[in-house]
Design a protein around this ligand. Structure first.
Ligand SMILES: [Fe+2]
Ligand SMILES: [Fe+2]
Length: 169
Protein backbone atom coordinates (compact mmCIF):
# COMPACT_ATOMS: atom_id res chain seq x y z
CA UNK A 1 0.00 0.00 0.00
CA UNK A 2 1.30 3.42 -0.92
CA UNK A 3 1.44 6.24 1.60
CA UNK A 4 -0.68 9.26 0.76
CA UNK A 5 2.50 11.25 0.25
CA UNK A 6 4.02 8.76 -2.24
CA UNK A 7 0.67 8.45 -4.00
CA UNK A 8 0.51 12.22 -4.47
CA UNK A 9 4.10 12.44 -5.70
CA UNK A 10 3.61 9.55 -8.14
CA UNK A 11 0.37 11.06 -9.46
CA UNK A 12 2.20 14.36 -9.97
CA UNK A 13 4.90 12.48 -11.87
CA UNK A 14 2.33 10.84 -14.15
CA UNK A 15 1.24 14.38 -15.01
CA UNK A 16 4.84 15.48 -15.55
CA UNK A 17 5.55 12.53 -17.90
CA UNK A 18 2.48 13.45 -19.93
CA UNK A 19 3.66 17.06 -19.96
CA UNK A 20 7.07 15.80 -21.14
CA UNK A 21 5.31 14.06 -24.02
CA UNK A 22 3.54 17.34 -24.79
CA UNK A 23 6.81 19.27 -24.87
CA UNK A 24 8.47 16.72 -27.17
CA UNK A 25 5.48 16.64 -29.49
CA UNK A 26 5.41 20.43 -29.55
CA UNK A 27 9.11 20.51 -30.44
CA UNK A 28 8.40 17.83 -33.04
CA UNK A 29 5.72 20.02 -34.63
CA UNK A 30 8.12 22.98 -34.59
CA UNK A 31 10.79 20.96 -36.43
CA UNK A 32 8.21 19.66 -38.88
CA UNK A 33 7.25 23.25 -39.70
CA UNK A 34 10.93 23.90 -40.50
CA UNK A 35 11.08 20.88 -42.82
CA UNK A 36 13.49 19.16 -40.45
CA UNK A 37 11.65 15.86 -40.58
CA UNK A 38 14.44 13.82 -38.96
CA UNK A 39 14.52 16.07 -35.91
CA UNK A 40 10.69 15.96 -35.91
CA UNK A 41 10.71 12.15 -35.89
CA UNK A 42 13.29 11.98 -33.11
CA UNK A 43 11.23 14.30 -30.92
CA UNK A 44 7.97 12.55 -31.71
CA UNK A 45 9.42 9.18 -30.70
CA UNK A 46 10.86 10.74 -27.55
CA UNK A 47 7.37 12.00 -26.71
CA UNK A 48 6.01 8.50 -27.27
CA UNK A 49 8.62 7.17 -24.84
CA UNK A 50 7.45 9.71 -22.24
CA UNK A 51 3.94 8.31 -22.54
CA UNK A 52 5.23 4.83 -21.73
CA UNK A 53 6.85 6.37 -18.62
CA UNK A 54 3.47 7.80 -17.58
CA UNK A 55 1.92 4.35 -18.13
CA UNK A 56 4.57 2.62 -16.01
CA UNK A 57 3.88 4.93 -13.06
CA UNK A 58 0.12 4.60 -13.59
CA UNK A 59 0.51 0.79 -13.35
CA UNK A 60 2.69 1.03 -10.25
CA UNK A 61 0.14 3.17 -8.41
CA UNK A 62 -2.66 0.74 -9.29
CA UNK A 63 -0.61 -2.35 -8.41
CA UNK A 64 0.09 -0.87 -4.99
CA UNK A 65 -3.62 -0.40 -4.34
CA UNK A 66 -3.26 3.33 -4.80
CA UNK A 67 -5.62 5.75 -6.49
CA UNK A 68 -4.69 7.27 -9.82
CA UNK A 69 -5.81 10.88 -10.09
CA UNK A 70 -5.27 12.38 -13.51
CA UNK A 71 -4.96 16.15 -13.50
CA UNK A 72 -5.01 18.69 -16.29
CA UNK A 73 -1.84 18.71 -18.36
CA UNK A 74 -0.59 22.22 -19.00
CA UNK A 75 0.15 23.39 -22.52
CA UNK A 76 3.81 23.39 -23.62
CA UNK A 77 5.60 26.23 -25.41
CA UNK A 78 4.89 26.16 -29.13
CA UNK A 79 7.92 27.79 -30.70
CA UNK A 80 11.62 28.30 -30.12
CA UNK A 81 14.02 30.78 -31.59
CA UNK A 82 16.25 28.16 -33.24
CA UNK A 83 16.77 24.39 -33.49
CA UNK A 84 19.49 24.77 -30.86
CA UNK A 85 17.12 26.57 -28.47
CA UNK A 86 14.52 23.81 -28.91
CA UNK A 87 17.08 21.08 -28.13
CA UNK A 88 18.36 23.05 -25.14
CA UNK A 89 14.80 23.31 -23.83
CA UNK A 90 14.52 19.51 -24.06
CA UNK A 91 17.79 19.10 -22.14
CA UNK A 92 16.72 21.52 -19.43
CA UNK A 93 13.46 19.62 -19.08
CA UNK A 94 15.30 16.29 -18.68
CA UNK A 95 17.61 17.79 -16.05
CA UNK A 96 14.58 19.01 -14.12
CA UNK A 97 13.02 15.54 -14.36
CA UNK A 98 16.17 13.88 -13.05
CA UNK A 99 15.92 16.08 -9.96
CA UNK A 100 12.30 15.08 -9.52
CA UNK A 101 13.21 11.38 -9.56
CA UNK A 102 15.93 12.02 -7.00
CA UNK A 103 13.33 13.67 -4.78
CA UNK A 104 10.92 10.77 -5.36
CA UNK A 105 13.65 8.28 -4.49
CA UNK A 106 14.51 10.22 -1.32
CA UNK A 107 10.86 10.06 -0.26
CA UNK A 108 10.61 6.30 -0.96
CA UNK A 109 13.81 5.62 1.01
CA UNK A 110 12.80 7.76 3.96
CA UNK A 111 9.48 5.91 4.15
CA UNK A 112 11.23 2.55 3.75
CA UNK A 113 8.92 1.96 0.78
CA UNK A 114 11.25 -0.56 -0.87
CA UNK A 115 8.77 -1.50 -3.58
CA UNK A 116 8.71 2.11 -4.73
CA UNK A 117 12.47 2.59 -4.44
CA UNK A 118 13.12 -0.50 -6.58
CA UNK A 119 10.53 0.75 -9.06
CA UNK A 120 12.02 4.26 -9.10
CA UNK A 121 15.56 2.96 -9.66
CA UNK A 122 14.60 2.20 -13.27
CA UNK A 123 13.69 5.86 -13.76
CA UNK A 124 16.85 7.13 -12.08
CA UNK A 125 18.87 5.02 -14.56
CA UNK A 126 16.65 6.02 -17.47
CA UNK A 127 17.19 9.71 -16.67
CA UNK A 128 20.98 9.24 -16.91
CA UNK A 129 20.47 7.88 -20.42
CA UNK A 130 17.96 10.55 -21.41
CA UNK A 131 20.15 13.39 -20.20
CA UNK A 132 23.17 11.90 -21.99
CA UNK A 133 21.38 11.49 -25.32
CA UNK A 134 19.77 14.95 -25.17
CA UNK A 135 23.06 16.53 -24.19
CA UNK A 136 24.75 14.80 -27.16
CA UNK A 137 22.01 16.16 -29.40
CA UNK A 138 22.59 19.71 -28.13
CA UNK A 139 26.32 19.35 -28.80
CA UNK A 140 25.69 18.05 -32.32
CA UNK A 141 23.40 20.96 -33.12
CA UNK A 142 25.91 23.38 -31.66
CA UNK A 143 28.64 21.97 -33.93
CA UNK A 144 26.45 22.43 -37.00
CA UNK A 145 26.34 26.21 -36.39
CA UNK A 146 25.17 27.86 -39.60
CA UNK A 147 26.03 25.07 -42.01
CA UNK A 148 22.86 24.09 -43.84
CA UNK A 149 24.64 21.02 -45.24
CA UNK A 150 25.67 19.74 -41.82
CA UNK A 151 22.15 20.37 -40.46
CA UNK A 152 20.73 18.36 -43.36
CA UNK A 153 23.10 15.46 -42.58
CA UNK A 154 22.22 15.55 -38.88
CA UNK A 155 18.52 15.62 -39.78
CA UNK A 156 19.00 12.47 -41.89
CA UNK A 157 20.79 10.75 -39.04
CA UNK A 158 18.14 11.65 -36.43
CA UNK A 159 15.40 10.46 -38.76
CA UNK A 160 16.79 6.91 -38.50
CA UNK A 161 15.83 6.66 -34.82
CA UNK A 162 13.73 3.62 -33.89
CA UNK A 163 12.02 2.77 -30.61
CA UNK A 164 12.54 -0.49 -28.76
CA UNK A 165 9.62 -2.98 -28.64
CA UNK A 166 8.52 -1.96 -25.14
CA UNK A 167 8.36 1.67 -26.17
CA UNK A 168 5.66 0.97 -28.70
CA UNK A 169 7.50 1.54 -31.99
FE1 LIG B 1 10.17 10.38 -18.77
FE1 LIG C 1 12.51 12.10 -20.57
Amino acid sequence: MLSKKMQKMLNDQINMELYSAYIYWSISAYFHSMNLDGFARWMRLQGQEEMTHAAKIFDHVLERDGTVTLAQVKGPPTSWKSPLAACQAALKHEQMNSKRFNTLMDAALSEKDHASSTFLQWFVDEQVEEEAQTSALVENVRMVKDSGGALFMLDRELGARQLGPEEGA
